[in-house]
Design a binder for this molecule. Structure first.
Ligand code: MG
Length: 411
C-alpha cells in the first residue's frame, strides 16, 4: 500500500452552547480539520486535528512531498519522516503527525479487515466509560446558562439521566476558587455515590491550589487535575495535599514522562492522541505508566467522531485504564460521521467494530459543516466573548464575576 494523496477539510460543528474555561471559551462551535489519506488501492484513511482553516489545510497539503508513496504500515518511519525530534525544533508537526497516524492506522485496519484496537494489542474492554465533563456555559437557544451551583447540579442530573454518567468532571478556572469550591461541593452533595474530578486548567497559584486541594480531601475524588501550572507547581501541591493529582498539560511527551517518573509530580497522566502525536505513542506511554504505577486516563481536546474513535480504540487496549475517559462529545449538536453522533450507554461508548477506526464520513454533513466554517470562521479559544479585552494570566487572579448573569454570547 502506498499513499497517493492527502486532503484536508476544515469544518465548524455547533456546540449546544458556548463553553467557558480558564482561558476564555469555546464560542459555540468546534473547529476541526478532517484529514483524508488516500492509498493506491483506493482506500481512504481518516484523521482529525483541532483548529483549521487555510493554514491547516495547506499544512497537510505540504506533507505530500514527504509522504507520497509512503507505505501506511511503516508507522515508525512515518514518525521520523515528519517529526524527527531535532528537526521539530524548527517545524513542530506533532499534531499533524497525529492526524496522519490516525489515518494510517485506519488504512492498515481497512486493508487487513480488522479494527484498530486489534492492531494496538487487542481489546481488554468493548466499551470505554466516560466522565460527564461539566462546563460553566453561556446561554444559547434551547440551552440555559450554567453559572450557579443549582444550575450546575440540574445540568449534571440531566446528563446523568440521558447518558448514565457516574463520574463528573468540572471544568473550572472561570470563577474565583472559593465559588468553584462551592459548586464542586454541591455536586458532591447531590451525587454522593458518584466520583468527581476538578480541572481549573492550571490557573491557580500554588497557595490557592493547596487551599482547594485540602478543602476537597474528604470528597469522593478521582483526582485534582492541573490545579497549578508546571511539574514543579504540581509537585509542590502534591507534597501537601492528600488527593491524587493528574495532568494533561505538562506530561505530554516522553521527556516529560521521564521527569515525572524520576520525580513524581502527577499521579495520573491523561493521554491525548493528538498531543502525543498519535494513538501508538499513547499506548507506549501507558506501558511506561503501568511499569511505574502512574495512573492513566484519556484526555479530550475537543473531538468529532474520528478523534473520538482514536480515543475509544486507545481506551479499549489499555489494561491500566482505571479512570473514566474525558470527552466534550456530548456537548456537540452533531458529528460528521455516518449515522451521526455515537451514543452513550450507561456512561460508556462502544468501541467501533468496523475495520480500521470503524467510522466513515457522511459527505453531506462534511459539506454542510465546511460551509458553516466558511460562513463563520474560527474563534479565539483564548478570549471570552462575554469579557471583551480580558485575557488570562497564569496564575490567574482576574476571574469572572459569578454574580453576573451572562448574556447570550455572540458566536
Ligand atoms: Mg485538563
Amino acid at each position: 500500500m502506498k499513499i497517493v494523496d492527502i486532503r484536508a477539510t476544515t469544518v465548524a460543528v455547533p456546540l449546544e452552547a458556548p463553553l467557558r474555561h480558564s482561558n476564555g471559551a469555546h464560542w459555540g462551535r468546534f473547529i476541526r480539520t478532517i484529514v483524508e489519506v488516500e492509498a493506491d488501492n483506493g482506500l481512504i484513511g481518516l484523521g482529525e486535528m483541532g483548529g483549521g482553516g487555510e493554514s491547516a489545510e495547506s499544512a497537510f497539503r505540504a506533507l505530500m512531498p514527504y509522504l507520497k508513496d509512503h507505505d501506511p504500515f511503516q508507522l515508525e518511519s512515518l514518525r521520523f519522516k515528519i517529526a524527527n525530534p531535532t528537526a521539530s525544533l524548527y517545524n513542530n508537526r506533532t499534531q499533524l503527525l497525529a492526524a496522519i497516524e490516525f489515518a494510517c492506522v485506519d488504512l492498515i485496519g481497512q486493508h487487513l479487515g480488522v479494527p484498530a484496537s486489534d492492531l494496538l494489542g487487542g481489546r481488554v474492554r468493548d466499551a470505554v466509560p466516560f466522565a460527564s465533563y461539566l462546563f460553566f456555559r453561556y446561554a444559547a437557544p434551547g440551552h440555559a446558562e450554567i453559572r450557579t451551583p443549582d444550575q450546575l447540579v440540574a445540568h449534571t442530573a440531566e446528563l446523568k439521566a440521558a447518558h448514565g454518567f457516574s463520574v463528573h468532571k468540572l471544568k473550572g478556572g472561570v470563577f474565583p476558587p472559593d465559588y468553584e469550591l462551592e459548586c464542586y461541593r454541591a455536586l458532591a452533595e447531590a451525587f454522593p455515590d458518584d466520583r468527581l474530578r476538578y480541572d481549573p486548567n492550571a490557573v491557580l497559584s500554588v497557595g490557592e491550589g493547596l487551599r482547594f486541594g485540602r478543602a476537597i480531601e474528604g470528597l469522593n475524588n478521582d483526582y485534582l487535575e492541573d490545579p497549578v501550572w508546571g511539574l514543579e507547581g504540581l509537585r509542590a501541591v502534591r507534597e501537601q495535599v492528600r488527593v491524587p493529582l493528574a495532568t494533561n498539560t505538562v506530561v505530554v511527551n516522553f521527556e516529560q514522562l521521564a521527569s515525572n517518573v524520576l520525580r513524581r509530580a502527577a499521579d495520573v497522566v491523561l493521554l491525548d492522541t493528538t498531543f502525543w502525536g498519535g494513538i501508538r505513542p499513547c499506548v507506549k506511554a501507558a506501558g511506561v505508566c503501568e511499569t511505574f504505577q502512574i495512573g492513566v486516563a484519556v484526555h479530550s481536546s475537543g473531538e468529532l467522531g474520528i478523534q473520538l474513535a482514536t480515543m475509544l480504540h486507545l481506551g479499549a487496549v489499555l489494561p491500566n485504564l482505571t479512570y473514566s475517559a474525558d470527552a466534550h462529545y456530548h456537548q456537540l449538536r452533531d458529528d460528521v460521521i455516518d449515522g451521526g453522533k455515537m451514543a452513550y450507554s450507561e456512561g460508556a461508548i462502544a468501541v467501533p467494530d468496523g475495520p480500521g477506526l470503524g467510522v466513515r464520513l457522511d459527505r453531506e454533513r462534511v459539506a454542510e459543516y465546511a460551509e458553516l466554517y466558511r460562513e463563520m470562521g474560527g474563534y479565539p479559544y483564548d478570549r471570552d466573548p462575554g469579557r471583551p479585552g480580558w485575557y488570562a494570566t497564569v496564575p490567574n487572579a482576574r476571574f469572572a464575576d459569578p454574580t453576573v448573569s451572562s448574556v447570550e454570547a455572540a458566536p
